[in-house]
Structures are given as structure tokens and as C-alpha cells.
Design a protein around this ligand. Structure first.
Ligand code: FAD
Length: 694
């Protein structure tokens, strides 16, 4: 629900009060809580307490370079902080990292000539800005933009602004890197000067990190030349000061043992629940959807009753994971921190513009278990930085080689799916890396990210219970020393096992702290929040719909069909409801096989299910084949303005379905393939074609 002004004022007053009390006047009082805005909506908090004037902020803190980020999953934010750190250590720039949503932009025309703005911008979904970049993007691209001095788009109001730009995108999406491309275009048009090229990283090709590294060097060369900087010997300077408090009891009330914020620490969780403040939700039911022994797919019903969290069919739920105990142990052991894992630490930013990414005081164990993404792929640049802290000269030489040789790094690290602790363990043969400052770990690893799931229930049918359909990630690579276990899905698997009272939850020895900090998640709970999406059923149920969702791509379509079946039962006129589903084998991974029959009873002949089995016969059959077989009817329905939906694998399936649909249209309407493609594009533009892909 929308907050009204009074709510915001009250919340803001509460927020300031609690922060001032809690921090006793340390830097948080000025810079907000560690998550930026746990208690109020971000704007409310920012407007109430912090200045939204970036130029003033840079002056006050003596900075000459701001690195803005538009980030959804944390990667752009990570790149931004890496650029800020590198700009400082190598070139002596005084840098500040800035969340795009924390500032206003109508004074950019006053941005000083001798300073630099860096934009690190991820593109999300169908060419959209990330949530935190929406306002900035609307402002900078506005046709009737106006700045504080009154200048509009026709002048060159930003002729003082020097900037560099890097985009994070995925070439499997139609609007590849459109954020950075458009922002770059708008800034140039407004008279700003870009230094170096606008970089583009491609997650679709799996080259994001290498694209970033390759873009960076020429960019720095352009920046040093333009700003008259000189490169210096980079020395590591910690961003955070870690103070151990051996005299403090880890169980003391003020110590965070994994609680996401102060509300949770005090025991009474309070809404509004959002991306900064999860609801600890009970899992009402859980079950296994596959019959295959070696693969798991979970159906879970998560109760949001009493939380004020609401969803509508087609939305996403975010699950906040906990790292596996096995990996937490490995991480703490290889850094030599295991013996003091429960020592209380205070973490403070040495530079007042840096944000501590988790609340403190805490313990090493809690910080690593609940807040740091310790299992993610390792970055080559980070390996370079870590070389100086190797336990001996041989290991240092190997780290340096890995850091500088792209192919070698791929062969030894990326291709073997190693996480950081696994790599360090292998390189030093288990000898602990005791010289590594813990600050470097906080800087180098991103905050643990909530994972999104397409909600597989209808809000009309069960408004207080959110279902998910999640396949458990377990990747075994030939020659790799470890099996890669997905962070969130294996945590969910352990929860499911606990719920079913299995004698040995966690057969893989992953050993999760399932009951959460201070046993607050006991009784099978998981922290969640809801994210609204634009993936929606037509408001008129009599409109026909066509859905393509192989594998877990079927998740939102179970919700759609559940909803339409309920509408039909209630006597509403429900249109044709066509689902293309695909899996390996009928007996193994045919999701919701029995349920479809029930929906068929409610929807009658209006429900049509096409299933493709890729491993049941001599020939691999995919959803695309089924679409081709049924092409004529498909096109007919589209001409009757059927809505067309695709969900699931972005890399291959969604793109192929898009192309195929153009061909089907061309063939059956007797037009050229180019025209067919144009029709599909127009369908997308008018929302007749919607995608929910990942
Ligand atoms: P992670 O630990 O995040 O690992 C995921 C993958 O990252 C691995 O398989 C691997 O490829 C790579 N990786 C991780 N660590 C390493 C490493 N050290 N080295 C190399 N590679 C590595 N999923 C569903 O099952 N059902 C859904 O309905 C669903 N809906 C989604 C909707 C949206 C909008 C989005 C964005 C995603 C959706 N997903 C869905 C995917 C889901 O969010 C998760 O990404 C997925 O469940 C894996 O999460 P995980 O934490 O278990 O795995």
C-alpha cells in the first residue's frame, strides 16, 4: 500500500530517532542505516534525513569523482565500488559511490568541470532501468527536461559534465544494454563529454567480467589524460575498520547474529516489508515435483498472512538465502578465522561515504553466513588484488599469474565452477590465508542477493499463500573438484526436508543453520519480500491466452491457469487457455501432471495442453516443435488478439520462440518473414506478447 505523507513523516521521525539512539552519534546518524533505508521507503528516508544534492555532498566530503550505479542484482553495484576503489588507489581520485535513487539530478548542469561522473548501469528485463534507476532515467530522458538554472534540452546545459559509462546487459534480450546506450545518448545530447568508450558487458555471452576488464584500461587512459592524473603504485587501503570485541558476549542483545535490521534484532518484525526489510514467512507446505532420484524440483507454499504483503498473479517473490554451513566453515577456515568465528566485531567505514553492507556489531560467522555472497564465481581482478596477501611466495606467484592471464584463469577457476574459498584452499593446499584483511572480503564480495521466483499461485485463489516452483541447482562438471550447489535452492531443499521430518535433512552435508539467528526462523520459516511485475493476464478473462513455459518456466502459468479455472468455476466466461509445456520425460519431470486434469474439468475444451518430451522418444521434442505442429490454430488465436506469454530460459528458448512466432505468422498470413518479425515486435510493444525470462 502507498504510504501517505503523515506515515512518511512519522516513519522518518522514528527512523531518525532510532538511528540516533542506536548509534550514539557515530557516522550512521548522518549516513543512514547499513541497508540505506530499512524502515521507510527509500525516498522517504532519503528526503527526511540525507541530502539529495550530490554536488554539495562531494564538496563536503572533498570528492572529485562520483560513481553512480543502477543495479538490480548487485553486480553493477559491485563494479561501481571496484571502479571507485581503483580510481583512488591507482590514480589518486577521491571517489564516492552513489546509489542513483539517493540523489536528484536537476543540478547536474552545475557539476564542476574538474570533477568526473561515472555511470555503471544495468539493463533489466525488456530494456528497463533497474528499480533504483527509474527516476534518474525518466529525468535524463525527458523531452522537456529542465535544470536548476532553467536550461532545457535544446541548450547544452551539461557542457561542464565529464563522464564515463559502462553498461551491464544480456545479448539474449532484445533491448541489449539499452540503459547505457540511451543514457549515453541523452548525456551527449545535453552537451556532456564522455571520456573513453561507453563499455558494454554481456551476461548472455558469459563475458561480463572480461568485457569490464577490457573496457577499463583504455577508459582510465582517457580519464588520466583529460584530468591530468598520474598513475601511482596501487597500495591496498582498507575501506572498513574491523574492531574485535572479545569482551563482548555474542549472545548480547545488541549483537546482530544474522538479523537483517534493528526491527528483527529486537524480536518484533515490522512492516512495510520490502527489498530492505524481509518478512520471515512460514512455509505452509512443501513437496517434491520430480520423481527422478538425482534431480529435485520444489513446490512450496509460503504464507504471507498478517504481513500486509500483497501480490497479484504474475508477480515475483524474493527469497533471502542463508549460506550453507559447509561453505561458511570452508571460508572461515581458509582465512584462519574459524577459531574466532563467534567473536563480536564492529565494522565501521573509514571513509564516511562508504556504506557498511550489514549491521554491526556482529560476528564473523553471522556476517559470512547471512550477508556475504561467498559461493559466487570469483572475479579475476579480485584474484589479482588478493595475490599480495598470499600465505607464501609460490602461492603469490600463482595468484598473480591467474590474475593476469585470462585463459589460464578460465581454465583453472571459471571452468571448474570454483568459489573463492575453494580456490584459496586448492592454491595454498589448505594453509590458511591469515594475512588477508577482513575488510578486503567485505569489499570484494557482494552482499548476498535475494533470488526471485515467478509466483506459481493465483492471488485470486489464495491471496495469503504464495507458491513457488523451484528447481534445485546442482551442477557436476567433469574434472571439477566440487559439485556446485545453488545457494538458495539447496537451502529451500533443506527446509523442505526439515518440514517432512526426514531423519537426515541435508544429505549433501551442506548443513544449513535452518533455525536462523537466535532460532528466529524455527518452525520452518524463510525471509521473503514481493516484487511486482508487468507480467499479467488480460483483465478480461474471455480473451484467449497462449503460454509457452517449459521446465520451471511453467511456474507463472500454473498461476494463470489456476486463476482462470477459478473464474470459470465462478461462472465467468473464460477464453481459450493454451499451454505449451516441455520436460525430459513423462514419468520424471512432468510438473503438475495431475493438477492439469483438475483445471481441465473446470475449463473444459477451452484448456489445451501441449507437452513436449525431449528424452522419451528417439527424437528430441521441444515446445518449439509443438508450436509448429499447432501453428495454424496458434496464428488464428493471435488474430483474435490472444495474449502470448513466454516464461523460462532467456538464453535459448525465449529467443527461439520469438523467432519462430515471426515465421509462423509470416507463413500463415502469407507475408514476408521480415513483416512477420515486425508483427511480433508490434505485439511486444502493445503488451500482447509478454516475457518473464531469466
Ligand atoms: P546460485 O547459487 O545463485 O547459482 C546459480 C547459477 O550461477 C549456477 O547454476 C551457476 O550457473 C552459476 N554459479 C554460481 N556459483 C558459481 C561459481 N562459483 N562458479 C561458476 N558459476 C557459478 N527459478 C526457478 O527455479 N523457478 C522460477 O520460477 C524462477 N523464476 C525466476 C524469475 C525471475 C524474474 C528471475 C530473475 C529468476 C527466476 N528463477 C527461477 C531463477 C532463480 O532466481 C535462481 O537464480 C535459481 O533458483 C538459482 O538460485 P540458487 O541460489 O540456488 O543458485
Amino acid at each position: 500500500a502507498q504510504l501517505d505523507t503523515l506515515d512518511i513523516i512519522v516513519l522518518a521521525a522514528l527512523l531518525l530517532g532510532t538511528i540516533a539512539y542506536f548509534t550514539k552519534g557515530t557516522y550512521w546518524a548522518v549516513y543512514g542505516d547499513p541497508y540505506g533505508n530499512s524502515l521507510a521507503t527509500s525516498n522517504g528516508a532519503a528526503k527526511a534525513g540525507k541530502s539529495r544534492n550530490i554536488i554539495e555532498k562531494m564538496e563536503e566530503t572533498d570528492k572529485n569523482c562520483v560513481v553512480f550505479y543502477g543495479s538490480q542484482t548487485g553486480t553493477a553495484e559491485d563494479y561501481a565500488s571496484r571502479l571507485a576503489k581503483e580510481g583512488h588507489s591507482r590514480f589518486g581520485l577521491n571517489t564516492i559511490v552513489a546509489d542513483l535513487e539517493d540523489y536528484d539530478y536537476d543540478n547536474l548542469d552545475k557539476f564542476p568541470e574538474d570533477k568526473l561522473a561515472v555511470f555503471v548501469l544495468a539493463t533489466y528485463g525488456e530494456g528497463e532501468p533497474t528499480d533504483n534507476a527509474v527516476e534518474f532515467y525518466e529525468f535524463i530522458g525527458s523531452e522537456d527536461i529542465s535544470f536548476s538554472e532553467g536550461a532545457g534540452a535544446d541548450d547544452k546545459p551539461l557542457s561542464n559534465l565529464k563522464y564515463v559509462a559502462f553498461g551491464l546487459g544480456n545479448n539474449t534480450y532484445e533491448h541489449y544494454n539499452s540503459m547505457v546506450r540511451n543514457v549515453d545518448k541523452y548525456l551527449t545530447k545535453l552537451g556532456a563529454t564522455r571520456l573513453g568508450k561507453a563499455g558494454e558487458g554481456d551476461d548472455g555471452a558469459g563475458t561480463m567480467e572480461e568485457d569490464f576488464l577490457a573496457w577499463k584500461e583504455p577508459m582510465w587512459a582517457a580519464v588520466t589524460e583529460s584530468m591530468g592524473l598520474e598513475e601511482r603504485e596501487a597500495v591496498y587501503e582498507p575501506v572498513f575498520e574491523i574492531t574485535e570485541k572479545p569482551e563482548m558476549d555474542a549472545e548480547a542483545d545488541e549483537v546482530y547474529l544474522g538479523e537483517p535490521n534493528k526491527n528483527h534484532l529486537e524480536g518484533a518484525q515490522k512492516g512495510p516489508y520490502n527489498a530492505n526489510n524481509p518478512f520471515i514467512a512460514p512455509i505452509a507446505e512443501s513437496s517434491e515435483l520430480f520423481t527422478a532420484k538425482d534431480r529435485n524440483c520444489l513446490h512450496m507454499e509460503i504464507s504471507v498472512a498478517g504481513s500486509n504483503l500483497s501480490y497479484t498473479t504474475g508477480d515475483h517473490i524474493a527469497i533471502w538465502p542463508t549460506n550453507a554451513g559447509k561453505e561458511v566453515d570452508r571460508f572461515l577456515t581458509i582465512l584462519g578465522l574459524a577459531p574466532k568465528r563467534h567473536t563480536v566485531i564492529k565494522v565501521k567505514a573509514l571513509d564516511p561515504t562508504a556504506k557498511v553492507p550489514f549491521p554491526s556489531p556482529t560476528t564473523y560467522d553471522a556476517a559470512v553466513r547471512y550477508h556475504m555472497e561467498i559461493c559466487a564465481p570469483v572475479s579475476r581482478q579480485f584474484v589479482s588484488t588478493m595475490a599480495q596477501f598470499a600465505p607464501n611466495e609460490d602461492v603469490k606467484a600463482e595468484m598473480t599469474k591467474l590474475g593476469s592471464d585470462k585463459d589460464y584463469f578460465h581454465e583453472k577457476v571459471i571452468d571448474r565452477n570454483l568459489n573463492l574459498a575453494q580456490l584459496l584452499e586448492i592454491l595454498s593446499n589448505g594453509e590458511p590465508w591469515t594475512k588477508v584483511p577482513f575488510s578486503l572480503m567485505i569489499e570484494g564480495l557482494i552482499k548476498i542477493q535475494p533470488r526471485y521466483y515467478s509466483i506459481s499461485s493465483s492471488s485470486l485463489v489464495q491471496k495469503d499463500k504464495i507458491a513457488i516452483t523451484a528447481v534445485v541447482e546442482s551442477l557436476e562438471k567433469p574434472g571439477a573438484p566440487h559439485i556446485l550447489k545453488g545457494v538458495t535452492t539447496n537451502y529451500l531443499l533443506a527446509l523442505k526436508q526439515k518440514q517432512h521430518g526426514e531423519p537426515e535433512p541435508d544429505p549433501h552435508g551442506l548443513n544449513y543453520a535452518i533455525t536462523g539467528p537466535r532460532n528466529k526462523y524455527d518452525g520452518i520459516h524463510v525471509p521473503v519480500h514481493v516484487r511486482h511485475s508487468n507480467f499479467k493476464l488480460p483483465s478480461d478473462p474471455s480473451k484467449p491466452i497462449i503460454m509457452v513455459g517449459p521446465g520451471t518456466g511453467v511456474a507463472p502459468f500454473r498461476a494463470f491457469i489456476q486463476e482462470r479455472a477459478a473464474q470459470a468455476k465462478a461462472g465467468q466466461n473464460v477464453g481459450k487457455t493454451v499451454l505449451f509445456f516441455g520436460c525430459r520425460r513423462k514419468e520424471e519431470d512432468f510438473l503438475y501432471q495431475q493438477e492439469w486434469d483438475q483445471y481441465k474439468e473446470a475449463l473444459g475444451d477451452n484448456f489445451i495442453l501441449h507437452v513436449a518430451f525431449s528424452r522419451d522418444g528417439p527424437k528430441k521434442v521441444y515446445v518449439q516443435h509443438k508450436m509448429e505442429e499447432w501453428a495454424e490454430e496458434l496464428d488464428k488465436l493471435l488474430q483474435q488478439k490472444a495474449y502470448f506469454y513466454v516464461c523460462g530460459d532467456a538464453a535459448n528458448m525465449a529467443r527461439e520462440v520469438n523467432t519462430l512466432l515471426g515465421k509462423i505468422i509470416a507463413k500463415h498470413r502469407n507475408v514476408s518473414e521480415t513483416k512477420g518479425e515486425e508483427i511480433v515486435k508490434a505485439m511486444r510493444a502493445s503488451n500482447q506478447y509478454q516475457e518473464d525470462v531469466w
